[in-house]
Every structure is written in structure tokens, then in C-alpha cells.
Write a protein that binds this ligand. Structure first.
Ligand code: NCD
Length: 310
């Protein structure tokens, strides 16, 4: 008997059940131990993942592909839509239906919100959303939660500041729904133009999550156990001068870390542009590169679970 995740699409975080979240995290832990022990895994032998990335990606695509290889499976990929038939005007649903004949699971990133759900509706094999425009990025949020557990021991009781482009950043849209399963306090730090969408904030408040909203990063860091920095999402701006105005809104440096709550953990989904000065990288609580590495066991767990090969 497989778990309830077998055969499932992973499109967003608000539809994952608590026990499914726990299963993903515990499976990722097991895979991480096996990786550390240098075990050679064959869970996915004979299985193929198609990675279809219609938007730039380094970490997400590479860690999905590495995850499949580490599990003994194969990978086929379209990384440049300009060389694929999308450039000839093929619809996403048609492209996905064709790929279904070649692969057992699809990881997709696409600039349009809702595109992963559209892809999933077109096929019967599992589709994993690697980012749909300004929508969601569930696998990033899962690795963020995995990282928080490892860095902090527990998530209950934490105050987490989410900082930067909360309007367009899909990582935070997914992450807040996972954080909301724990006893946390959230502080949303952004310029007024880039606030968290009201429907998400309302949803959190309706669940009884304590949310405060501010523009003051230094103040938030004095109260927070974790600060989750994000990039101002340049590609989502219609007006380039607006981006230029906002891109320097928050730049975290060592002076700010020294004024912050002691032991503060710093996360960032990466890539960073200018949100965290390099001088912060040597700080013990700067966890963003460890966070990126955690993408491997977490994506191994997801792939194995949706194919029932955990
Ligand atoms: C994020 C994304 O693509 O949304 N990157 C990632 O997957 N680690 C964050 C970003 O691009 O700012």
C-alpha cells in the first residue's frame, strides 16, 4: 500500500494534509541520511522524470534532476522553451500530453499562474509545480520547512519575518501555508507596493495565525527568530522605474544582524541580488546555502512518494 501521496500532483501547499507534510519531511530525512552514508539508491530504477522549465531556474531544476539521478532514475528535459515547440505556438496542454507518453512524472516551471494545475489536468501522471508565475512554489516551501526544523529543532514557538517582494514572490505564498500548521507568529515586512496579497493574509488570519505587517526590517529582526529574505521579482514589474525604486528596499548587513534578536536564522530561497550583503555569509545563522542543499533530499522524497517508490 502506497501513501496518500502516491499518484498525486504537488501543485500548492494549502491542499497538503498535515500527515502528508510529516511524511514528506521524514522521508527526506531518511534520504538525507542515506546520501550522507554514500548509499547507492535504486528506488526509481526504470522511471523517467521530465523537467519542463519554461522560466529561468538553476537550483530547482538541477536539484530535481539530481534527485532523480540519486534515486537511480532517468531524466529528460526541456530547459529552453525557445528551442521547443512552445515557440511554434503549441499549447501547454498539448505539450504536456505528448510528454506524458515519455515520462512517469513531470516537474514544471512556467511564467503563468495556474499553469501547473492546467498541466496536471491534462495528464494522468503526477505533476510537480516548480513555480507557476507569481502563484506558488510548493517544493521550495517544503525545503524551507525542512531547513527550519533542522536549524531550529522545532517550528512551534517561532516568530518568522518574511521580507521583500511578498506580492510577487511565490516562495512566500507557499511557505506561509506550511508555517500556518505550526504555532508561529508571522511578520510581513515589505514596501506598501509589495505587500502580501490580501486573500493570503485573510486566509491566515481566519486560521487564527498572528500576523503583523510593517515596513521596518530592523524592528522586525529584533523580535524574530527567523528572517526569510526574498528578491524583488524584477521580471514581474511592468514599469522598470518602479523596480529601480524598490530594488534596494531591504539590504541585510552585519550591523543589522548584530542588532537583531540573538541567534536569528537567516533564510533566502536564492538567487540573491542585493538583499543580503556577502559579509553576512560567514555568520553562523546564515543558513541559505544549507537551505539550497536541502532541496535535494526533499525533492527526492517528493518524487519517490508520488511514484510510490519511497
Ligand atoms: C525562487 C523562485 O524561482 O521563485 N527561486 C528558487 O526556486 N529558489 C525565488 C526567486 O526567484 O526569487
Amino acid at each position: 500500500m502506497g501513501s496518500s501521496l502516491q499518484g498525486r500532483d504537488i501543485l500548492r501547499t494549502d491542499t497538503l494534509r498535515d500527515e502528508e507534510l510529516r511524511l514528506i519531511l521524514s522521508t527526506a530525512e531518511r534520504f538525507e541520511e542515506w546520501l550522507k552514508a554514500g548509499s547507492h539508491l535504486e528506488n526509481m530504477r526504470g522511471r523517467v522524470m521530465a523537467s519542463l522549465f519554461f522560466e529561468p531556474s538553476t537550483r530547482t531544476r538541477l536539484s530535481f534532476e539530481a534527485a532523480m539521478h540519486r534515486l537511480g532514475g532517468g531524466v529528460i528535459t526541456v530547459d529552453d522553451p525557445m528551442t521547443s515547440s512552445a515557440a511554434k505556438g503549441e499549447s501547454l496542454a498539448d505539450a504536456i500530453r505528448v510528454v506524458e507518453g515519455y515520462a512517469d512524472v513531470i516537474a514544471i516551471r512556467h511564467p503563468r499562474e495556474g499553469s501547473a494545475a492546467e498541466a496536471a489536468a491534462a495528464v494522468s501522471i503526477p505533476v510537480i509545480n516548480g513555480g507557476d508565475g507569481t502563484g506558488q512554489h510548493p517544493t521550495q516551501a517544503l525545503l524551507d520547512i525542512y531547513t527550519l526544523k533542522k536549524e531550529k529543532g522545532a517550528i512551534d514557538g517561532l516568530t518568522v519575518a518574511l521580507v521583500g517582494d511578498l506580492k510577487n514572490g511565490r516562495t512566500v505564498h507557499s511557505l506561509v501555508y506550511l508555517l500556518a500548521r505550526f504555532d508561529v507568529r508571522l511578520i510581513f515586512v515589505s514596501p506598501t507596493q509589495l505587500m502580501m496579497p490580501a486573500d493570503i493574509t485573510d486566509n491566515l488570519l481566519a486560521r487564527g495565525i498572528e500576523v503583523s505587517v510593517t515596513e521596518d526590517l530592523a524592528g522586525a529582526m529584533r523580535e524574530s527568530d527567523v528572517v526569510y529574505m526574498t528578491r524583488i521579482q524584477k521580471e514581474r514589474f511592468e514599469d522598470p522605474t518602479e523596480y529601480q525604486r524598490l530594488k534596494g528596499a531591504y539590504v541585510l548587513d552585519m550591523a543589522m544582524v548584530e542588532q537583531a534578536k540573538s541567534g536569528i536564522t537567516i533564510l533566502h530561497p536564492l538567487p540573491r541580488v542585493n538583499e543580503i550583503e556577502e559579509e553576512v555569509d560567514g555568520y553562523a545563522g546564515a543558513a541559505y546555502f544549507r537551505q539550497a542543499h536541502n532541496g535535494l533530499p526533499v525533492r527526492m522524497a517528493l518524487l519517490a512518494l508520488v511514484l510510490g517508490r519511497e
